[in-house]
Design a protein around this ligand. Structure first.
Ligand code: CA
Ligand code: CA
Ligand code: CA
Length: 270
């Protein structure tokens, strides 16, 4: 199992390093504030009865997106997701089964999801820009498209359509197929996705963003809103105006930094 040590987080599919627990207590869902001011949480563990209504769809615990967390240490965006969906769940609409979608990121919170991170398959962890997204079974009014005849809701991107987008980086990502029990006050199998996404992949993008995840039917989606500073801006604070020669040296230094960080990210994956 690949694992990465970074800050206080180990990407291993175990969320104890996020301060999350499996004590059968509602506080199990509260992440540790020691992760810092960039920590964001979306906690949606409200589904109880089997085969009940989620939002927008139906489907029970398997199609329940329970909680989503993120924080950044200035190098990576760390993500934790808890869902009822086993990552091995196949997508086969004829048998009414739908597998997991990918992580979707919308910079600007304007409905265009510029980045996608593969959560399953042979390219798990790959970060793609300008992908085309699959969509779920539901229209913008929350009705099934096969009944309404309307288009699927573009605000519920599911999986990256194979072969679309440009590869811009690689996250370290674990989506563990061993169910955990006893997280929160409602029973049921829970599965954990944990990721470290290098901020270099988002070069040129900063500010507010939406992080969202759903499954291929989009029966239940979960999202949080966060923001990122312009990458590298915090390391070049200066009160004086640099001379042109100094600017050139800084530019060269940044190129070197970029190259070495790419190498390190690659090394961590091997
Ligand atoms: Ca962990
Ligand atoms: Ca649940
Ligand atoms: Ca956008």
């Amino acid at each position: 199992m690949p694992a990465a040590q970074a800050t206080s987080i180990t990407v291993d599919g175990n969320l104890s390093d996020w301060g999350l627990h499996t004590n059968g207590n509602i506080n199990d869902w509260t992440a540790s504030t020691s992760l810092g001011a960039t920590l964001k949480s979306a906690i949606d563990d409200v589904y109880i009865s089997p085969n009940g209504y989620l939002n927008p769809g139906y489907g029970g615990q398997a199609y329940d997106a329970e909680a989503l967390y993120s924080f950044s240490d200035g190098t990576n965006l760390y993500v934790a997701l808890v869902t009822g969906l086993n990552p091995k769940t196949p997508t086969n609409p004829r048998q009414n089964t739908y597998g997991p979608g990918d992580l979707a990121i919308d910079f600007g919170n304007n409905g265009s999801f510029e980045f996608g991170i593969q959560t399953t398959g042979s390219d798990k962890g790959n970060i793609y820009q300008n992908v085309s997204w699959g969509l779920g079974l539901w229209d913008v009014n929350g009705r099934e498209t096969r009944l309404s005849g309307l288009a699927a809701d573009p605000n519920l991107p599911t999986s990256i359509i194979d072969g679309t987008g440009n590869l811009v980086g690689a996250a370290i990502l674990e989506y563990n197929n061993n169910a955990i029990q006893n997280m929160g006050i409602y029973s049921g199998n829970h599965y954990v996705l944990e990721a470290a996404i290098p901020l270099l992949a988002f070069s040129g993008f900063s500010g507010e963003f939406v992080l969202q995840w759903t499954m291929n039917c989009a029966n239940d989606a979960i999202k949080l809103i966060s923001s990122l500073p312009e990458f590298g801006s915090t390391t070049h604070n200066s009160t004086s105006i640099p001379e042109p020669a100094t600017l050139a040296l800084i530019a060269l230094g940044m190129l070197g930094l970029t190259a070495s960080q790419r190498k390190r990210a690659t090394a961590l994956l091997t």
